[in-house]
Design a protein around this ligand. Sequence first.
Ligand code: IPD
Length: 494
Amino acid sequence: MKPSSEDGAAQAGGPWEECFEAAAQLALRAGQIIRKALSEEKRVSTKTSAADLVTETDHMVEALILQELQQRFPSHRFIAEEAAAAGAKCVLTPSPTWIVDPIDGTCNFVHRFPTVAVSIGFAVNQELEFGVIYHCTEERLYTGRRGRGAFCNGQRLRVSRETDLSKALVLTEIGPRRDPMTLKLFLSNMERLLRAGAHGVRVIGSSTLALCHLASGAADAYYQFGLHCWDLAAATVIIREAGGVVMDTSGGPLDLMSCRVVAAGTREMAVLIAQALQTINYGRDDERPLTFMGSQTKKVLLTPLMRPARPFRVSNHDRSSRRGVTASSLQELLTKTLDALVIASGLVTLVLEEDGTVVDTEAFFQTLGDNTHLMVLEKGQKWTPGATYIPARQLPKRQGIARVTFDLYKLNPKDVIGCLNVKATMYEMYSVSYDIHCPGLKALLRSLLLFLSHTAQMTGQCLVHTGTYMLRVLADTEERAVPSPRPRRGITSG
Ligand code: IPD
């Protein structure tokens, strides 16, 4: 059946009729463009992560939708995915507000995987009035209007009435982040549902279309951390109008800006899912003006701030198992250490193997040298001094002049004195060399003066380097002389 915004008598009339019609028509127009572009070459860039993609079609379609709506409804406000990525604020005020995702399932779109949608939601007084989602390749138009039901190409939608998690088909999406801790939590949430007996967990690459499957009763529940208000707005009305519930992962009321959701055909099912989940914190859409900048800008801004991974040695509490791991942050070190030492429990304490000092803050972790030896203590285990521990001290960096060489040579056999080359090599840095040409007396004098000025510069350099070196030696000596008692506190992971 071909899509149409005529969804029967139940959808006709009402205060936002004109807006609803405009949304449906625009979704169909945008869908045509996306369908055509799906099989063509695309220019792809990244946004908040390497898996968060955007193409010129996302921008083009968003511009088309926003321009048209702005012309027709100049007093309305707009929240749109690519505008937000460029730094626009996502604030839902009482004014009539359009919430637009030009292509939901951009990663699918990039790979020509035919599950992509246009999503347009509309809220007034911070309440969602209607939602329109167009499945571009299957030409299915999903609509929902508050109090008027939900439809797909004119067919009424109804959610499943399943309440038993052990008979449920559950949908989810991965979200944009791929750091080890997020992935661990994502997979562990999936595992929890499968262990609870769910028939299956599906990931189709488009939150809005997954939510539409839920609205049509083809799945029993949906949950996700890391989706945005433009993924959720239109779908929320459609699900509610199909008889389902949409709530926060805490079990409380839905917060459109909180980047997390549980939806299900029944409240019982939604609560069971919410209870099983561990939270993955993605922040809020209305509190991130700087994290969503254009891809190029973001790359340039973030690169110097990212710390490189450094090597560490880790052992278990009785030092019977030792591994080498690299990490750039305390959290990464913890995650990798648990993996390397095959420790299942998430509740561990990380201490310095040398003296049992607890490493419980990122700031302290960053002061540790490369190859520092660390120990993981599980619940009930205590640090004990090791018999053969040799602290991995780094050799102090050597600074100042390493070597000075003098070379006498003649450019011309008739030269009276010839030339003198003086070369000073600094540790790990550079060498400075100067040639004194002395064919005659006047030239000799000039060369001498130049040599003196050059020597003065070098002496300055040497003083700076020697001063820095002496300060470091003094600081090291003081540190060793005064052993500072360090507090013991626990740190938890997981
Ligand atoms: C994304 C997709 C994806 C989901 C992300 C969404 P986009 O939307 O729906 O499946 O995991 O959380 O943001 O970026 O393709 O519009």
